[in-house]
Ligand binder design. Structure first.
Ligand code: SF4
Length: 212
């Protein structure tokens, strides 16, 4: 199988299937998306939106606002989010770095973003793709990893290796949207436990169809 050709067909089919894909986290700037992405680990986007959107509007407009309000108040405000204790510490550390090193602006490169405490390539790619106009990024989350493997696009487990494999076969201008759409396909159809192959619109080109 010509893998690049196979990937190109999948890119087209996914873009037809999910034409208006967008981030499930609500945000109005990179700072909000960065904080919400950190908070969304092992929690639902719906919960994070419910808690954070009113807080961004009323009190947390910048890293300084978070630091001024202080760790105790921030923790109290987000206590309905899973792992709120550790996440509070992570957010405070990020806000400190943003104010000390980046003049309170969220940086716009992979190296700078991943230099922030607790920010990995996945979170950095979310920011770069959604807020910085970078389309040559791949958000490797658990859904994308699973779908890419089932579609025969990678046989790697390590997220960085998956990213490398996908970057070799998907054109740079398509990478961000492909990862968003494949991730969505994983949430809606190609689920971890029971993929709905019967109702999957790419079952004719999927090497794992009806095998899971
Ligand atoms: S055919 Fe099945 S395994 Fe393949 S992408 Fe669709 S749901 Fe997933």
């Amino acid at each position: 199988m010509d893998l690049s050709k196979h990937a190109g067909i999948i890119v087209k089919r996914l873009s037809k299937g999910y034409p208006d894909i967008k981030c499930h986290l609500e945000f109005s700037n990179a700072f909000e998306l960065l904080i919400s992405t950190v908070l969304a680990a092992q929690c639902t986007d719906v919960r994070v939106n419910m808690v954070m959107v009113p807080l961004y509007k009323s009190k947390y407009r910048s890293p300084e606002d978070v630091l001024k309000d202080g760790e105790i108040n921030f923790r109290e405000n987000i206590k309905s989010i899973n792992f709120f204790n550790n996440k509070t510490k992570a957010v405070i550390a990020i806000c400190e770095d943003l104010t000390e090193k980046y003049k309170s602006k969220v940086p716009e490169t992979m190296d700078e973003l991943t230099s922030l405490p607790g920010v990995g390539r996945k979170t950095a790619s979310v920011i770069l793709g959604n807020c910085c106009g970078k389309k040559d990024v791949i958000i490797v989350d658990t859904h994308l990893k699973r779908v890419a493997a089932r579609l025969g696009l990678t046989d790697k487990e390590n997220p960085e290796k998956v990213e490398e494999d996908l970057k070799k076969i998907i054109s740079s201008k398509e990478q961000f949207y492909f990862s968003m759409r494949a991730g969505e396909h994983g949430r809606q159809v190609c689920k971890a436990k029971k993929p709905d192959c019967e109702n999957c619109f790419i079952n004719d080109i999927c090497p794992s169809a009806f095998k899971n």
